[in-house]
Structure formats: structure tokens, C-alpha cells
Design a protein around this ligand. Structure first.
Ligand SMILES: [Zn+2]
Ligand SMILES: [Zn+2]
Length: 245
């Protein structure tokens, strides 16, 4: 499943002479000349398409098994239909998402976008009416300088040729980072933190985009908020999914 990633990344214009992950100088002569990643890093970003729950992404089966709903999602379905993701939040993927010193932000955004698009395309993602990123609070946006989810959403909107609703969701209050909390605290921390603009989302089928799925608390709250605003349905795309022990 290496080829779709490389092809898409190339199509999105990733051509710099260094690997976008490890900074190694790539051999730009010959066949793989346009590739954004060195062979080792590309191999370390496998695309997961089987042995998973299509709703929450739990990877309990063998890679070659078809997707099937896990018992938790059967008993208590999430407020979206499909969850698309590229692979596990570990190793190269984790380093890429956390930011890497060897390449500039623009190039990383392109690569993250390409990985998101390849995850969507590999599962034959349902084309939405519009794409909505999970927003950052203004204060955190100023501190970080950009919203990774927005950059991934931008690539998906371009790929699907559908509008990107930058203000479909708004964060109404700043919340402490979710990483500080356990599952139950995360749900309480994020509750009521978003509003959706009905003028933008009503009656539309949406693709909600974030960078990482950890417990799904933030995505659940976002999807519920969009549904309350009258959207026609939600699918979710993230780059990576945490594997909980
Ligand atoms: Zn590399
Ligand atoms: Zn599940």
C-alpha cells in the first residue's frame, strides 16, 4: 500500500530534495525522483485498510481481514458513520505529526494532506458535501501558528472537489489539552466547547477532519455539535489512531 501514498504526494507537488521526515538527501535521479520520502520512511508509514472497526478504527483483527464493527460500536455507535485513518499513531507517523525539524511547515502540511487523502481513497471514502476541520481555539492557534487539522482538511476538500468549511465549527472556549486527562475527564473537558454554523452545515453530509484519534472524545463532541445544527450525516478522517493498551 506504499504506491498510493507516493503517487498522491507526488501529485500534490512534494518534490524537495530531502526526505520530508528524516531529512536524508534523496536520490532524485532516476525512477523515484519525485518522491517526498526516502524509501525507509515511506516503508514506515504503512496504510492500514483491513482488520479494523470501520466506525472507531480499533485494529483488533489481522490486516488481511475485512473491516467489521467492534462490539463497542455495535452496542453504542459513535455519532458518525465511517472513520478513515492512515495508520497507527506511532513511529514515523507520530514524529511527522508532532513536527519534524528537517523540513518546513509548508512541506509537512503537504505531506500530511497527502497521507489523509491516501487513507480516504484507499477505503473508497464516501464523497461528502463539504469538509470541516476540528478547530483550534484562537489562543492556541496564535501560539502554534497553524491548525494541522485545517491543513489536512484542505487537502481532502481539494481531492473531493468540495467546499472547505473553515468556520463550520468554532471553538467557543479554550480547554486544557486533552492529553492531560483520562477518558471520562476528556469528555467533561471538551463538552460544550464547540458551536456549529447551521447556515453552513444544515442538510449537508460532512467529512470531519482531525490529525489524531486518541479516545475520540473531541471528535464525538464535534460530530454531535454538527448534528444538532442539522447536518445530514458525518464521516470522520484522521491521519493516525492511537492504539490503547
Ligand atoms: Zn526519510
Ligand atoms: Zn469500533
Amino acid at each position: 500500500m506504499l504506491r498510493p501514498v507516493l503517487t498522491l504526494a507526488r501529485r500534490l507537488g512534494l518534490r524537495a530534495g530531502r526526505c520530508a521526515v528524516c531529512g536524508a538527501v534523496r536520490d532524485t535521479s532516476g525512477q523515484g525522483g519525485g518522491r517526498p520520502l526516502c524509501a525507509a520512511c515511506a516503508e514506515a508509514l504503512p496504510l492500514r485498510t483491513g482488520g479494523l472497526c470501520p466506525a472507531c478504527g480499533e485494529m483488533s483483527g489481522r490486516e488481511e481481514d475485512p473491516p467489521s464493527l467492534c462490539p463497542e460500536c455495535r452496542a453504542d455507535p459513535p455519532p458518525w458513520d465511517e472513520l478513515y485513518f492512515h495508520g497507527q499513531y506511532a513511529g514515523v507517523m507520530r514524529r511527522l505529526i508532532l513536527g519534524y525539524k528537517f523540513h518546513n511547515r509548508f512541506e509537512r502540511n503537504r505531506l500530511l494532506g497527502a497521507l489523509g487523502v491516501s487513507a480516504f481513497a484507499a477505503r473508497s471514502g464516501r464523497v461528502p458535501d463539504a469538509v470541516v476541520p476540528v478547530p483550534l481555539h484562537d489562543r492556541r492557534l496564535v501560539w502554534r501558528g497553524f491548525n494541522q487539522s485545517l491543513e489536512i482538511a484542505r487537502a481532502l476538500a481539494r481531492h473531493a472537489d468540495r467546499p472547505l468549511l473553515v468556520h463550520g465549527l468554532t471553538r467557543t472556549r479554550n480547554t486544557p489539552p486533552q492529553t492531560r486527562f483520562g477518558l471520562r475527564e476528556r469528555q467533561a473537558n471538551i463538552k460544550g466547547a464547540f458551536t456549529a454554523d447551521p447556515a453552513l452545515v444544515k442538510d449537508r453530509r460532512l467529512l470531519l477532519v482531525d490529525d489524531v484519534y486518541t479516545t475520540g472524545s473531541t471528535l464525538r463532541e464535534c460530530a454531535r455539535t454538527l448534528k444538532r445544527a442539522g447536518c445530514a450525516g458525518v464521516d470522520v478522517l484522521v491521519l493516525a489512531r492511537t492504539v490503547l493498551e
